[in-house]
Design a protein around this ligand. Structure first.
Ligand code: ADP
Length: 420
């Protein structure tokens, strides 16, 4: 087996997003949660492996160390190329982590140069003359200017990245890109000769990203969002992953929701309006020691086994503030994650074979509780929301992990009532 591409994603839901992109390009793709070790087993014959880390907001030295450990593990599995996946808004602080992590990965690979492009045209993220746009505005004029963790007040990627590395940063502009693969390769070689380490590339469309992908197949380290990953994937000979999906046809279906994002609340309302059984978990009662998960399981046992069920802790903003005021933010989150993790393990033991989890942190808690370290990535139900397939001590099942704001309002009902 030759693993063509090993990808390191700097956050959990970014990992799912980029894995879906490789899968769309026809690569048989696995997704691994957290820094892997010798015991981390992979599905057979993968073309791409994505490891989802939580390094975006970690201190730079920790992000570098975890990324390097992961790169070595990917090499040990046969990965020829490393792709570092970060956010399409170049979400980072003044000092990192995009610069330090790409520098470390590039040094470790013994490479002179790496190419970056954070464009994600379907989401309105484009790069022109090295400036990152969000739809019709510069990043620095978009709402991301007010991001609570990393406010983005500059859109000039060469300048942003230069602040995060001691190496030289330069641009390959759209005019060069339009001249095709050979022109881009020549421009990469010319920058390398001039001592440039990081090349920012423009891209306005998926076709542009396909040109960049075909131009960078031989580079040991490439970096960007899911768009360039898909471009790279298309440049590899397609691998027929679509024919090999172990979709579980039998077994029950359930949603566990811990996200309080607006889109998840809509999805919950839509599920309820469709007349499907749903149960709200009382987080405050759980905090007083009541056996809320036992009660939820008793409720589950009484439901029609032919219908999907929804069990949720998700709360409206007012309800959430009230619970947090009483328990504290961290304790409230810990209660919810403990409840949903416990329920996930019991539901799978009781025969749930299709499980949809709503919420980034919630997904982390559920995969940990289920002992899921690696999954095979399947078809997307909505953009960036693929089904995945897990093999664990509890059996084989399909798992969908969605970030709070992802998916159409009818995702829960559509994904769980559709039979393939
Ligand atoms: P998203 O992807 O929407 O950000 P997450 O799962 O990452 O969703 O985050 C939601 C957070 O809200 C989790 O930490 C979860 O534990 C917490 N939470 C969910 N429901 C409640 C609730 N009823 N009371 C307090 N905290 C809650």
């Amino acid at each position: 087996m030759t693993l063509r591409i090993g990808c390191i994603a700097d956050d959990f839901t970014g990992g799912t997003d980029v894995a879906a992109a490789f899968r769309r390009a026809g690569l048989r793709t696995a997704l691994v949660f957290g820094v892997p070790d010798e015991a981390t087993a992979l599905p057979a014959d993968c073309d791409a492996v994505v490891v989802a880390l939580k390094s975006r907001s970690a201190p730079a030295d920790e992000a570098v160390a975890d990324s390097l450990t992961t790169q070595r593990w990917l090499w040990s599995k046969g990965a020829a190329q490393t792709y570092f996946k970060y956010c399409s808004t170049f979400d980072s602080t003044q000092r990192g982590n995009i610069g330090p992590v790409t520098d470390a990965l590039t040094d470790a690979a013994g490479a002179a140069v790496t190419l970056h492009c954070p464009a994600s045209p379907p989401n309105g993220r484009t790069v022109y003359q090295g400036h990152l746009f969000v739809h019709d505005r510069l990043l620095s004029d978009s709402p991301l200017r007010h991001h609570p963790l990393n406010p983005m007040s500059d859109s000039a990627l060469v300048r942003l990245l230069s602040a995060q590395t001691r190496h030289q940063v330069a641009l390959i502009d759209w005019a060069t890109l339009r001249r095709g693969v050979e022109a881009v390769r020549e421009a990469v070689a010319a920058h390398q000769k001039a001592g440039v380490r990081h090349i920012i590339a423009d891209a306005l469309t998926n076709e542009d990203l396909a040109v960049l992908g075909a131009s960078t197949l031989e580079l040991p380290v490439v970096a960007g969002a899911a768009g360039l990953a898909e471009g790279l994937g298309h440049a590899y000979p397609a691998a027929g992953a679509a024919t090999a999906e172990p979709w579980p046809r039998a077994g029950r279906a359930a949603v566990l929701a811990g996200s309080c994002s607006a889109r998840t609340l809509e999805q919950i309302a839509q599920f309820y309006a469709a007349g499907l059984p749903s149960l709200h978990l009382d987080v405050l009662a759980a905090a007083t020691g009541r056996d809320v998960s036992g009660e939820a399981l008793a409720w589950y046992d009484e439901q029609n086994p032919d219908l999907p069920v929804l069990i949720y802790a998700s709360a409206s903003p007012d309800e959430l503030s009230a619970v947090q005021a009483q328990l504290g933010v961290a304790e409230a989150a810990a209660q919810v994650e403990e409840l949903l993790g416990t329920l996930a393990a019991h539901l799978v033991e009781r025969g749930v074979r299709r499980l949809l989890v709503a919420g980034g942190e919630t997904s982390g808690a559920v995969t940990t509780a289920l002992g899921v370290r690696a999954v095979l990535v399947g078809e997307e139900a909505d953009p960036g929301v693929p089904w995945t397939y897990a093999t664990t001590q509890h059996g084989d099942f399909a798992l969908m992990l969605k970030s709070g704001n992802f998916g159409a309002p009818d995702l829960f009902t559509r994904a769980l009532t559709e039979t393939k």
